[in-house]
Write a protein of this length. Structure first.
Length: 459
């Protein structure tokens, strides 16, 4: 008899760090200012820990291919499951467009280039379609991509933090890191960026898929949540400290802030900056490639169940990859980058990235009440990992992160002052458009489902 493969705690923690650590979101999070350290600590306890525990229970109990779509569908029915699948998917091509824009911005920055808009758009389209084509093959989940991306991410974060410490000791800090400065100000700008910190915590449900290969998932999964969460927060905060040492928070660019910080810390463009920039550019593609399979399979699985249009259900018969979802990703992202020069927003990366953050956060809202509902309607199901606590504590664990999601989404999307109109109105319009298109797609899928049922009855 073959000995069962063992997955070490170290492997689970590393997987959490690789999947969840997103380098390009370090600068938007750092734009909160010194109070981000307060928000990281609070949200680590009030959001990431309960989210991780709930993901662990649902991911190890309901192990189907649909993931979060399946959980919500079982709890609240097809329509809600379809909405979750739609927002979980639509965030991805928007994210792809934002990273394509950032890719060219970093390229121009590190090589000090002057490039025309049509050429930039051409490079962005090339980036999108290279990622899209790779995502059509199993190589999109290969170990070397994850390992190299992990090295690049950690190297960038550590270098930025170490240089920040050196700068602070030798030249002082660009921002105030005293006790009062660390307290939250609750100003509209800071609250708008809190959603990015929540975004930085998402993705842990991917780690729960490893439960079958763990020696003791009941013990190892919560340990991976805690250790992984602490490491992720450490790397983000270490990098944020480096940026805080170099650039005043009110002058920090959400797109070029990371490279700007390196340039200021080392005194100008040099080969080191080029290497960091190239590593950063690689992580942008690697992030998309490593997430593509999971996102595409949710859309594929939902389409197979007639909850999304059938274009998402197309697969390559040779390798069973969801090529329909991949191709739609590339088409939507391409339309966005071609339209980008005509969008009235100076920071187009942030416009797309913020919309991507909003879409992804929306897809997680129903997960928390679904957890409570499944506990109620399916109490006898074997749960390899079970969130500890009685009914009262479980409600707190589910509703606190839910409220945090809703509140941060409100501050991210709704313009509450005239100064925010130019930045938030495109995000609000994009969110409304994504919702309307999603409802149309869901109704089309529902129509096909009813037609199929009717045909089966006739036969």
């Amino acid at each position: 008899m073959k000995e069962k493969k063992k997955f070490r705690l170290f492997d689970a923690v590393l997987m959490a760090v690789v999947v969840i650590l997103v380098v390009e979101s370090a600068a938007p999070a750092a734009a909160v200012g010194s109070s981000q350290f307060f928000w990281w600590g609070i949200l680590l306890v009030l959001f990431f820990l309960p989210y991780g525990l709930i993901s662990a229970e649902l991911g190890t109990t309901y192990t189907g291919d649909g993931g979060i779509y399946d959980w919500v569908k079982m709890a609240f029915g097809r329509r809600w499951g379809a909405r979750v699948a739609w927002f979980y998917w639509i965030n991805f091509p928007i994210w792809m467009a934002s990273l394509a824009v950032l890719f060219t911005e970093v390229m121009v920055q590190i090589f000090n280039l002057t490039v025309s808009t049509p050429v930039l758009v051409g490079i962005q389209l090339l980036f999108i379609w290279i990622v899209t084509i790779i995502s059509c093959y199993p190589v999109s989940d290969s170990k070397w991509i994850l390992n190299l991306a992990a090295f690049a991410k950690v190297a960038i974060m550590v270098c930025l933090g170490v240089l920040g410490i050196y700068h602070a000791v030798t030249k002082g800090m660009a921002n105030d890191f005293s006790g009062r400065a660390l307290l939250p100000t609750f100003d509209l700008k800071s609250l708008s960026f809190i959603s990015v910190i929540l975004f930085n915590f998402l993705g842990f449900e991917v780690v729960t898929t490893l439960a079958d290969d763990m020696e003791n998932p009941k013990k190892q999964i919560p340990q991976a949540i805690i250790y992984g969460g602490i490491l992720i927060a450490f790397f983000y905060l270490f990098a944020a400290f480096g940026m805080g040492a170099a650039v005043p928070a009110d002058q920090l660019s959400t797109s070029g802030g990371l490279i700007d910080s390196f340039i200021l810390l080392v005194g100008g463009l040099n080969p080191f900056i080029v290497i960091i920039g190239l590593l950063f550019m690689y992580t942008l593609a690697a992030n998309l490639i490593s997430w593509a399979l999971g996102v595409n399979y949710v859309a594929f699985y939902a389409a197979k169940n007639h909850d999304l249009p059938q274009v998402f259900a197309k697969e390559n018969p040779k390798n069973e990859m969801p090529v329909g979802a991949s191709m739609v990703n590339g088409i939507v992202a391409s339309i966005l980058v071609v339209a980008a020069p005509f969008i009235p927003n100076e920071n187009i990366f942030w416009a797309f990235f913020a919309l991507n953050v909003v879409a992804l956060l929306v897809s997680y809202i129903m997960m928390f009440p679904a957890f409570l509902k499944l506990r109620k309607i399916d109490p006898d199901r074997e749960r390899p990992f079970k969130v500890p606590g009685g009914p009262g504590l479980l409600k707190v664990i589910a509703y606190v992160p839910l409220v945090l999601l809703v509140v941060t989404l409100f501050f991210s999307v709704v313009p509450l002052s005239s100064e925010e109109m130019g930045e938030k109105v495109p995000i609000l319009i994009g969110t409304i458009a994504a919702t309307i298109i999603g409802e149309i797609c869901i109704r089309l899928g529902d129509k096909k489902y009813k037609e199929k049922q009717q045909n089966e009855k006739i036969e």
